[in-house]
Design a protein around this ligand. Structure first.
Ligand SMILES: [Zn+2]
Length: 192
């Protein structure tokens, strides 16, 4: 018998999976309609393993949030290395992420050597080597505008959210790189 690796599993309870027409036991906890907060612990829904996975895959942690709010929800200085709403390990299954033991900071390290020189955009604004690397991380061209920057960041944050990827650590690294790139570029003169 293997050690139970599912963080969200709550054994012994006699709940049914809340998924429509599912008859399995509801052993896995997912966020309910009311999130944890000042009013105390939030509500939970209970699903079987298959359905908590499906629920998590569809769940949008950042629905209705601006890019700045998404950043605040994830930033180290705002509790990223504690357990934030977005990365609460009880909310996921399959080795929910622990940001504290994150290792490789940037997938773009290999790109570093290629982008040492400053560059100039078509609008004449200068882009530093650091900003060029950040653009590469986001997959944006040198002449991307602020709108493109904001929407690209929002898309990638959703795509790489670990709860959508079975806790795959390579996605965590990409998410971290995306956040760092956004933090740099949103303050860059070229995107003002
Ligand atoms: Zn089910």
């Amino acid at each position: 018998m293997k050690h139970n690796r599912f963080h969200g599993r709550i054994g012994g309870a006699q709940r049914g999976c809340e998924w429509a027409d599912c008859t399995e036991a509801g052993e896995f906890r997912a966020p309910g309609p009311r999130a944890s907060g000042f009013d105390g612990p939030g509500d939970y829904r209970w699903f079987c393993l298959d359905h908590v996975r499906e629920f998590n895959a569809r769940y949008d942690w950042f629905a209705g949030m601006s890019p700045e709010e998404i950043l605040r929800a994830q930033s180290p200085v705002h509790g990223w290395d504690r357990e934030s709403r977005a990365f609460n390990p009880t909310a996921g299954v399959d080795a929910a992420p622990r940001w504290a033991d994150f290792a490789d900071p940037l997938k773009a390290i290999s790109a570093r050597a290629r982008t040492r020189a400053p560059a100039q955009r078509a609008d004449g604004r200068a882009v530093s080597p650091e900003e060029r690397r950040a653009l590469e991380v986001l997959g944006l061209p040198l002449d991307a505008d602020r709108h493109a920057l904001r929407s690209r960041y929002s898309v990638l944050v959703r795509r790489y959210h670990p709860d959508r990827n079975g806790g795959d650590r390579s996605f965590e690294q990409q998410l971290r790189a995306v956040i760092e790139a956004w933090q740099l570029l949103r303050k860059a003169a070229a995107f003002a």
